[in-house]
Design a protein around this ligand. Structure first.
Ligand code: FE2
Length: 415
C-alpha cells in the first residue's frame, strides 16, 4: 500500500508512506505535493495512529432504559438499574450489542479497546459471551478485557473466586472498585489483593478508583503505593479518580509525589463523570472530573475515554472520542494553544501507554501498518472542526473510507 501527501503530527513536511505485509516499511519526506499513483492520497490531511478507547463497558452498551431509566442520574442508581438488567443477559443479547458498538467505534477510527466487564455475576454470562469475540474482532481491533467487580470483591458473594475464574476465561486485566466495598478496610485490602492477583497471573491492573464525590475516598494512595512497592508501576491504571476533584490542595500536593514515583496511568471519562457527579451538591456543583491538566502537567500519563454508550449510567454516547477531548479541554481549563497542539495525545499515545501497547503503536517503520486519516491538518484543526475519520487502515487493509460531508447550498456573504 502506498499513501502520499500525508501530514504527520508535529511535522511540517508532507510524507509518503509505504506498507508491506501489514507493516510500515517506509516513511519518507516529500519535497512538495505530488500526484503519483497511490492507494491513498491523503490530500495534505493528518495521518495518525488509530484512536484508542481505553475504558468502556461493552457488556452494558445499548441498554439505556432497560428495564427502567436511571431517573436520579446518580452512579448508584445506575448500578441498581444494571443489577436488574444483568438478570436478563444472554449470550446472543450481549454479543449482538457488543458487535453493534464495535461497528460504531470502528467507524470512528478506533482500533484498540479496553473494556471492563462486570464479573459480579455467578454465571459470568457477559464475560463468557465477550471473551470469544476477541479473536473474531482481531482483524478490526484489539480488545483487552478487564475483570471488573461492579458490586465489589470483598463485599460480593464469592467475589474473589469470580475474579480468579474471570482470568481463567480470558480477562487480561484485573479490576477493582474500592470505594464501593462495604468498608474502608475492605477497600484497602481489595487494592492489595488486586495487585497481588495481577502479579501472580502476569496481568495488568485497571481499577475504578474513588469514583465518588467524597473527598475522604483515598484509595488512590493505596493503589499507587501497591503499584510502586510491587514494581508493577506503569502496568497499573487508576480510572475515574473523581474524588481527587474534592481533595484539598495540600493533600493533593503530597499525593502527586507518590503518583509520580509510582508511574501509574490515569483514565478520565469527562462526559460520563460530569453527568454522574455533583448529584449530591446544591450550588456550587462540582464538575466531577479528576485533575487532568494538573496530572498531565506533572508528567503523569492521562488518557480520555467514553466509559459508556447508551447504558444505565449514560444514555447518550456515539463512539466519537473527539467529543471527549473537546469536552475535557473545556471542563479542565485546557484551552490554551499549547493544549490544543497536543490534544490528540489523550486519545492516541496516552491510551497506548494505558493499554501497554506502545511498542507496536505509532507511525514508524517496523510497526503494524495501523493508521487513520482525519479531515484536518493538525490537532488544532481536527479538534476545532470535530473532524470525521476519512480512512481507517489496519495491517495495511482498508477498514473504512468516508467521503467528507459536502454542503450543496449555502448563502454567500461578503462585504
Ligand atoms: Fe467505568
Amino acid at each position: 500500500m502506498k499513501i502520499i501527501n500525508a501530514r504527520l503530527r508535529h511535522k511540517d513536511q508532507l510524507y509518503t508512506i509505504i506498507c508491506e505485509n501489514g507493516y510500515f516499511t517506509e516513511v519518507r519526506i516529500q519535497t512538495d505535493v505530488i500526484s503519483d499513483e497511490c492507494d491513498i492520497d491523503a490530500q495534505q490531511q493528518l495521518l495518525c495512529a488509530p484512536f484508542i478507547e481505553p475504558h468502556i463497558h461493552l457488556d452494558a452498551v445499548l441498554t439505556a432504559g432497560e428495564p427502567r431509566w436511571n431517573k436520579s442520574g446518580t452512579l448508584f442508581e445506575g448500578i441498581e438499574c444494571w443489577a436488574e438488567r444483568k438478570q436478563m443477559l444472554s449470550e446472543s443479547d450481549v454479543q449482538s450489542r457488543v458487535l453493534k458498538a464495535a461497528e460504531l467505534l470502528i467507524s470512528n477510527g478506533v482500533q484498540h479497546i479496553r473494556t471492563h466487564i462486570d464479573v459480579t455475576d455467578p454465571n459470568l454470562t457477559a464475560l463468557k459471551a465477550i471473551a470469544p469475540l476477541k479473536e473474531k474482532l482481531l482483524p478490526y481491533l484489539d480488545l483487552q478485557i478487564v475483570a471488573f467487580p461492579q458490586e465489589g470483591i470483598f463485599s460480593f458473594p464469592k467475589g474473589k473466586q469470580l475474579m480468579e475464574q474471570a482470568l481463567e476465561i480470558g480477562a487480561d486485566v484485573v479490576g477493582g472498585i474500592p470505594h464501593f466495598e462495604f468498608t474502608r478496610e475492605y477497600g484497602v485490602d481489595s487494592m492489595r489483593w488486586v495487585v497481588e492477583l495481577a502479579q501472580k497471573h502476569n496481568k495488568l491492573v485497571d481499577v475504578h478508583c474513588d469514583e465518588i464525590d467524597d473527598g475522604n475516598s483515598r484509595f488512590l494512595e493505596v493503589l499507587a503505593t501497591a503499584a510502586l512497592e510491587s514494581g508493577m508501576t506503569s502496568k497499573v491504571t487508576a480510572s475515574h479518580t473523581v474524588a481527587m476533584h474534592s481533595y484539598n490542595n495540600a493533600y493533593c500536593s503530597k499525593l502527586f509525589r507518590l503518583l509520580k514515583m509510582s508511574g501509574i496511568n490515569f483514565v478520565s471519562c469527562p462526559t460520563e463523570n460530569t453527568h454522574l457527579q455533583g448529584r449530591f451538591d446544591n450550588f456550587p456543583k462540582s464538575r466531577g472530573i479528576t485533575r487532568v491538566k494538573e496530572l498531565r502537567n506533572a508528567g503523569i500519563n492521562v488518557a480520555l475515554a467514553q466509559d459508556s454508550i447508551q447504558d444505565p449510567w449514560y444514555s447518550l454516547g456515539n463512539g466519537k472520542l473527539l467529543r471527549q477531548v473537546d469536552f475535557a479541554l473545556h471542563a479542565c481549563h485546557m484551552m490554551g494553544y499549547d493544549d490544543f497542539k497536543v490534544a490528540l495525545d489523550f486519545i492516541t499515545d496516552n491510551g497506548a501507554k494505558v493499554m501497554n501497547i506502545s511498542d507496536s503503536y505509532g507511525i514508524e517503520v517496523g510497526k503494524p501498518a495501523n493508521f487513520i486519516v482525519l479531515n484536518g491538518k493538525d490537532d488544532v484543526e481536527v479538534i476545532r472542526e470535530q473532524s470525521d475519520v476519512i480512512w481507517s487502515v489496519r495491517k495495511g487493509e482498508v477498514l473504512i473510507e468516508r467521503k467528507p460531508s459536502v454542503i450543496t447550498q449555502c448563502p454567500k456573504l461578503c462585504l
